[in-house]
Design a protein around this ligand. Sequence first.
Ligand code: 5GP
Length: 190
Amino acid sequence: MELLKKRILEDGVVLNGNILKVDSFLNHQMDVALFNEFGKEFKRRFSDTKVTKILTIEASGIGIATIVAQHFDNVPVVFAKKVDDSKLGNNVYQSYVHSFTKNKDYFVRVSKDFVNEGDQILIIDDFLANGCAAKGLIDIVRQANANPIGVGIVIEKGFQPGREVIENLDVKVESLAIIDRFENNQVYFK
Ligand code: 5GP
């Protein structure tokens, strides 16, 4: 998606040679008009399958997913919780996720009330790196006997194994911008 690539080149900052900071439009301040373009593009790429629900993960996925859902007949958006929420009780699907960016392990949890057998679920997230977050979400969808119809990613770090991890689980991946490499703090796309 050329508009997104242009924005990354204009506003993205490479940190420590391996992290892309896009706080001015994606992860802190959010460009809603741009998110709307993400929605149009995801709808085009996932038009062949019916979607009944969108699943994402807190925090950055939430804003993106809510705008994207408007392009999928306003289906409900569910976000997996990373923070322990005692109000969820035991009525949860959960999966263990390792975060390489934060170098810690955590559970992601979704109430059993909101992912149901037979749901056709599109997973949306901001970044795909090693695929751990998306893999955890797919695990939750499958625990519920729902169908993960695909993973829609805004920015994929194509030099990390995330895509392979997800495709090995037989789930389609669509990314709006795929980064080939960072070199001298510059971003190069595939
Ligand atoms: P994965 O689980 O695929 O290794 O990583 C995905 C998660 O890590 C994303 O949801 C995102 O929060 C975070 N992440 C990974 N790499 C980057 C990056 O380069 N920049 C930002 N802003 N977040 C990243």
